[in-house]
Structures are given as C-alpha cells and as structure tokens.
Write a protein that binds this ligand. Structure first.
Ligand SMILES: N[C@@H](CCC(=O)N[C@@H](CS)C(=O)NCC(=O)O)C(=O)O
Length: 266
C-alpha cells in the first residue's frame, strides 16, 4: 500500500503528487489540515519529526523530504522514467532540485505567508498563532515564520526572497532558451519540482515576472497542459486559498515590482 500524508495546496505535496501522477502510481490520501495543525500532532511527528508534509509510507517504509520522495518514486515504481538517461542530464536535474531545498522553498514560504497566509493564521487568535510558531521544530524556520506572520511584507526576509525568485526565473529563462525542459530534452523531476512553485507565483498574482520571459512562459504552458498536472494540482486546488492569494497578491504586486525595479537600478 502507498499512503501519502499531504495537503491540497502545499507546494511540496503538489510536487510529490505530480511525480506519482506522471508515473501512474495509485496511492491513498491522508490529507492533513495545516490550519488545524494536524502536522504537529504526536502521531504525525512519529512519521515526520520535521512537522511538515509530505510523507510517503510505502509498505510500512516511511520516507520524507519531497526531493528524496520523488527520487524514491522514480526508483521504486514502473512507468515513464523521470530522470534523464545520461549522467550530465541527471547532474543538471539535481542542481535544479537542490536549489529548492537550499532556500527557494523557504523563500516560497516567505512570499506566501507574508502576502496571504498570515491572515488565515492571525484569524485563529493570538494564543493559537503563538502555539503554532512555538511548535515549529527548526529554530531558524521558527523565527522566519514569526516575522512573516506578524510583519507581512515588512518582514526582513521579504525583499531577499522576492529577489531570489526573480534571479531563479532569469536562470530558468536562460536554460529554457536552449533546451525544451530544465535538465535537457526530456521532462524530468526538475520540471516536476518547479511546476508547483510557478503555480504558487501565479496564484499570488506575480505572473508579470514571466511576461517578458517567453521561454519560461512557454515551459509553464506546456507543464500545465500535461494530464498529470490536472490530476495532481488542479483537482486539489482549494478555492478559499485561491481567492485569498489572488486578493492579497493583487494588493502587494506594486511593492514587489518596486523591489525588483530598484534592485535592477542598483
Ligand atoms: N524540505 C521539506 C519541506 C516541507 C515543507 O516545508 N512543507 C510545508 C508545506 S509546503 C509544510 O508542511 N508546512 C507546515 C509548517 O511548516 O507548519 C520537503 O521538501 O518535504
């Protein structure tokens, strides 16, 4: 049996659902409500001590960390290979997935929380928010989450996260100018990994960031037209999150555009 502990709108969970869908693997859903703090319960912490989704359980073997899970899925199940056949392609693929794990995923959390999700958390009341923050196991992440919830776009993390994303999109554009997919001419776990992050930027009304990046825009269009994207992402979209991100994203876009403009002049 394959069980996935996940959340409908979580980028890392989207990434794993996308790999499962591309491979045609059937799985059972264990959906966690992050607002209800299902991921901080003692039972879930036994599976994933980092108190985050996703976690895959395959025949009682527990695997967490979405990049690791996706490589496991490619190794363990039949279906179309999701890693390039050659060593160079695999190295390129891992350079892309590594960047998410080394900071860009955290940057997504900064943007999403500072712009939109902070309002859902603040609605729960002071005591519940403090408890949510105090139960984040990693102390560095704990302080980042605290700043993003209480300070929003004035959080000291916000500007750098915007600029790191802009830099990422520039690198994607340059790569996609000379290859169809991120790691070469075949769709791979690199494309699987980035599809949810572009989707998040789109939901936060930041799509102007690729208006003048035609290769990236074309890549995103091709990614979104895949059947697996519909099954793994679109079918799980949560209307409440979408409207919150749209409303708050629209409001903050001028500040984001200003950050990027000022950095380009500096
Ligand atoms: N490096 C982890 C990151 C997992 C992660 O940050 N998951 C988020 C959702 S995308 C989460 O569970 N957040 C809840 C929280 O931090 O309280 C992975 O790739 O699996």
């Amino acid at each position: 049996m394959i069980e996935l502990y996940h959340n409908d709108m979580s980028t890392c969970a989207q990434k794993v659902r996308l790999a499962l869908a591309e491979k045609g693997v059937r799985w059972e859903s264990r959906h966690l409500d992050l607002r209800a703090r299902d991921h901080q319960t003692p039972a879930y912490l036994k599976l994933n001590p980092n108190a985050v989704v996703p976690t895959l359980v395959h025949e009682r073997v527990v695997i967490f960390e979405s990049t690791v899970i996706n490589e496991y899925i490619d190794d363990a199940f039949d279906g179309v290979p999701l890693r390039p056949a050659d060593a160079v392609g695999r190295a390129r693929m891992r350079l892309w997935t590594k960047q998410l794990d080394e900071g860009l995923h955290a940057d997504t959390g900064v943007l999403s929380t500072s712009i939109a999700f902070r309002f859902q958390k603040l609605d729960k009341g002071e005591r519940e928010v403090q408890s949510l923050i105090d139960n984040v196991p990693d102390p560095v992440k704990r302080e980042r989450v605290r700043a993003n919830i209480f300070e929003g776009v004035n959080s000291p993390y916000f500007k750098e996260s915007v600029l790191r994303f802009d830099g990422l999109l520039a690198r994607m554009e340059a790569t996609l100018a000379s290859s169809s997919w991120l790691a070469g001419d075949t769709y791979s776990l690199a494309d699987v990994a980035y599809a949810p992050y572009l989707t998040r930027l789109e939901h936060l009304r930041m799509r102007e960031l690729w208006m003048e990046r035609p290769h990236l825009a074309n890549w995103f269009e091709r990614v979104r037209n895949r059947e697996a994207y519909k099954v793994a992402l679109e079918q799980w979209f949560n209307a409440k999150y979408l409207s919150l991100m749209e409303e708050k994203g629209e409001r903050e876009w001028p500040a984001i555009a200003r950050i990027i403009k000022e950095a380009s002049r500096a």
